[in-house]
Design a protein around this ligand. Structure first.
Ligand code: CA
Length: 225
């Protein structure tokens, strides 16, 4: 899941980027409204978190630009001002939620997950499955044969990607860009290592094996027939 953060205050921006990345999201950070709009229109995001007071174009103008372009990703606004007019204006213009600074990160994360769930309700299931493996997108839990499997945030994102695109061979560069938000560098074995760990947790001791390496091409999760 990819999130755009538009925040000019360096400390808050870095805090959000780091916290969301640790929670398993891929995050792009824009430090002003114009960069934010540029990214919002050029890339595919599942959600945008936007500060109201921004240099250049403010959060409201950003919101209008995004909606005018036909982008319907959910937008969560952040504001230091708790004026009722602000809240009303934001919701009228098409903001999906509004959070007043300062906020607890756990509160932000809860709102983010609610918005993502609401935004994807029509097209997405709450559970992803392959054989007896289950990934619960809402509770962020994974189990196999009813046994709980503990995954790190990155492992969870990796498994989510593999499950969403079940049966499809995913290249390492695609996995790198979707899960790590980095360009694939052949010197790093971060993906191999993560796949190996994930496979040990998900496949060791279970049948059928679900995660497979396709030599020279990448990885696939499928129920062998
Ligand atoms: Ca600001």
């Amino acid at each position: 899941m990819k999130i755009l953060v538009v925040e000019d205050e360096p400390k808050t921006g870095d805090y959000l980027r780091q916290g969301l990345a640790e929670a398993g999201f891929v995050v792009d950070l824009a430090r002003n409204g114009l960069d934010g709009l540029h990214l919002a229109l050029g890339e595919a995001y599942d959600l945008a978190i936007v500060d109201v007071m921004l240099p250049g174009i403010d959060g409201w103008q950003l919101l209008q630009g995004i909606r005018r372009a036909g982008k319907d990703m959910p937008l969560l606004f952040l504001s230091a001002r708790d004026a009722v007019e602000d809240r009303v204006k934001g919701l009228e213009l098409g903001a999906d939620d509004y959070l007043v600074k300062p906020f607890a990160f756990s509160e932000l994360l809860a709102r983010v997950r609610t918005l993502l769930r609401r935004g994807s309700k029509a097209k997405e299931p709450e559970l992803l499955r392959a054989a007896d493996l289950e990934l619960d997108l809402i509770r962020r839990r994974v189990s196999r044969s009813g046994r709980k499997i503990d995954l790190t945030a990155k492992e969870f994102s990796l498994l989510e990607l593999l499950l969403r695109r079940q049966g499809e061979v995913l290249s390492r560069s695609l996995i790198a860009s979707q899960v790590w938000d980095m360009n694939f560098d052949s010197d790093t074995n971060v993906i191999e290592v993560a796949i190996r760990r994930l496979r040990a947790k998900v496949d060791d001791g279970f049948e059928p094996k679900l995660i497979r390496t396709v030599r020279g091409m990448g990885y696939v999760l499928e129920v062998a027939t």
